[in-house]
Design a protein around this ligand. Structure first.
Ligand code: NDP
Ligand code: MG
Length: 403
């Protein structure tokens, strides 16, 4: 039995300071950690909408604890179950992409935490920005696929984008107070994943369980595989390009197995700033919500009495071809990053179903990029079509799956 959440009693002044949240993807790894931040700051944060793909049980438990105005269940077959549990509590139950867009643009919401995984998160981020919301963005695929659309909305409307991805949060923190034009380059750190030291000739036999065992971070399955192939860092290069308006040749990737230095900024006078911390997504999630303030929090600190060796090395680009595929897609522009992303999503899904080998992932993405010509200045409809085409191109290579 779950306890029913009672909102803390707040004075009218406190109520005016409360930030009201729609958490999209609340049942996932980032979503659940966002709710941990809400538990730490009940007087500052209030949950107005929660959403799940198919995990109705967890969504119901979360709604019982946080009393949102509405929830969204992606899988329409689970709607009845969610309605039976939550309608008596006065919670509206919505479904599908339409429901997600409604939760993202809710009048009573100030900030949308975008923590869906993959292309499925794109439309709700666009809806949130169109409604002038502050968006705490974990869903990096949105910027990879539609960076130009998203950034043009930021210029037109009142919306704001704050990074949740730890590397981008680190860069954002390093940039605070600095003149915009003083940045020379960025360096994104990468743990190197579970296969940093594994010989390349054994990559063909990597199992799903081995690829899911990330040394430093506990995350959803898709991003964990992306970290193992280093496509995650490739996607983050594209994400950094759009967030910080930086050309690809000024975004470097640095392997740093300890995941303590979360990224670095090089300034035009030669100074380098970095942001450090233990690998814990709670902090970047919290900073996106507290910005420009910092909120005192009892999380574990780096221990200076420990001997600390910070190791850096260049990434092995031959062993991890996904990294260069991402740079190539970014250079090609237009729909190319959308093809990269969709081919990756489809290939990772097939690897998780144990239908292809680990090394097939980069091969299939490379083939899709080679086969589908990049189209300049795509509309949302073009991107949706391109996403479907790239997925079909990947599936064509699997003879047992009819396309
Ligand atoms: P998870 O797989 O753990 O969670 C994804 C969430 O989205 C779940 O709530 C899931 O619902 C929901 N969802 C998935 N597909 C759909 C769909 N088609 N329609 C509606 N809802 C859907 O992912 P993560 O939390 O790990 O990652 C989320 C995003 O954040 C990704 O873009 C990732 O790259 C990024 N990120 C994650 C980090 C991490 O530490 N996890 C770090 C940095 C970035 P359900 O539970 O019902 O399946
Ligand atoms: Mg990251």
């Amino acid at each position: 039995m779950h306890s029913t959440h009672t909102r803390p009693a707040r004075s009218p002044d406190q109520e005016a300071d409360v930030q009201r949240l729609s958490i999209l993807g609340s049942t996932g790894s980032i979503g659940a950690q966002t709710l941990d931040v809400v538990r730490l700051f009940p007087n500052r944060l209030d949950v107005r909408a929660l959403t799940a793909g198919s995990n109705a049980e967890l969504l119901i438990a979360q709604a019982r604890e946080f009393s949102p105005a509405c929830v969204v269940i992606g899988d329409a077959r689970r709607r009845k179950q969610v309605e039976e549990a939550l309608c008596p509590l006065g919670v509206r139950v919505l479904t599908g992409q339409e429901g997600l867009c409604e939760a993202a643009a809710l009048d009573e919401t100030d900030t949308v935490v975008a923590a869906l995984v993959g292309f499925a998160g794109l439309e709700s981020v666009l809806a949130a920005l169109r409604a002038g919301k502050k968006v705490a963005l974990a869903n990096k695929e949105t910027l990879v696929v539609a960076g130009r659309l998203v950034t043009s909305l930021l210029q037109d409307d009142q919306g704001m984008l704050l990074p949740v991805d730890s590397e981008h949060s680190a860069i954002f923190q390093c940039l605070a107070g600095e003149p915009e034009r003083s940045v020379e380059s960025l360096a994104l750190t990468a743990s190197g994943g579970p296969f940093r030291t594994r010989p390349a000739e054994t990559f063909g036999t990597i199992s799903k369980a081995e690829a899911l065992a990330h040394p430093n971070w506990s995350m959803g399955a898709k991003i964990t595989i992306d970290s193992a192939t280093m496509m995650n860092k490739g996607l983050e290069v594209v994400e950094a390009h759009w967030l910080f308006d930086m050309p690809p040749e000024r975004i470097a990737v640095l392997t740093h197995p300890q995941s303590i230095v979360h990224s670095l900024v090089v300034f035009e006078d030669g100074s380098v700033k970095a942001q450090l911390g233990l690998p814990d997504m709670g902090l970047p999630i919290q900073y996106a919500l507290s910005y420009p303030e910092r909120w005192a929090a009892p999380r574990e600190r780096l221990d200076w009495s420990d001997v600390m060796h910070l190791h850096f090395e260049p990434p092995d680009r031959a062993k991890f071809p996904c990294l260069d595929l991402a740079y190539e897609a970014l250079a090609a522009g237009g729909t190319a990053p959308a093809v990269l992303n969709a081919a990756n999503e489809q290939a990772v899904a097939l690897f998780l179903e144990e239908k292809i080998r680990f090394t097939d992932i980069s091969d299939l993405i490379g083939e899709a990029l080679g086969r589908i010509p990049a189209q300049a200045d795509p509309s949302l409809e073009d991107l949706v079509a391109c996403d479907a085409e790239a997925r079909r191109a990947v599936l064509k290579h699997i003879p047992s799956i009819p396309v």
